[in-house]
Design a protein around this ligand. Structure first.
Ligand SMILES: [Zn+2]
Length: 121
């Protein structure tokens, strides 16, 4: 095994996946069970802003927990979980993709450029 510097976020995810996977999976399925499945395919929480969860002492965006646990993805703070559907309240695993912060900004610009979310400007 080669040495790899892990940030706090990666270390927490690794520990979670190695030692608390069942607990994490049941938390994720409980979260997904509370979403509303929309006709456009999005599974949205009933919160105004992206839902946050506290799990094993760390507060994370629910969609990030969903993505990381279901994909067994050990990602650093640098990795953002993006929404292909542009709905940040969405937790449908099929709509979540990893990317860099630059990718995420580009998504926003594309989205704003389309004029669909001018209210956010
Ligand atoms: Zn979606």
């Amino acid at each position: 095994m080669s040495f790899h510097y892990e940030d706090e976020c990666e270390a927490w995810l690794r520990d979670t996946m190695e030692n608390y996977e069942e607990e994490a999976l049941s938390r994720v399925s409980a979260l997904l069970a509370q979403t509303t499945k929309k006709s456009d395919g999005c599974w949205v929480s009933d919160t105004q802003t992206p839902r946050k969860v506290r799990f094993r002492g760390r507060q994370v965006a629910a969609y990030r927990l969903v993505y990381c646990v279901l994909n067994r993805a050990i990602v650093s703070e640098e990795v953002v979980v993006r929404h292909r559907c542009h709905n940040r309240r969405c937790m449908n695993p099929a709509h979540l993709v990893p990317g860099s912060r630059a990718d995420n900004k580009r998504d926003d610009w594309d989205h704003w450029g389309n004029g669909t979310d001018r209210s956010l400007l």
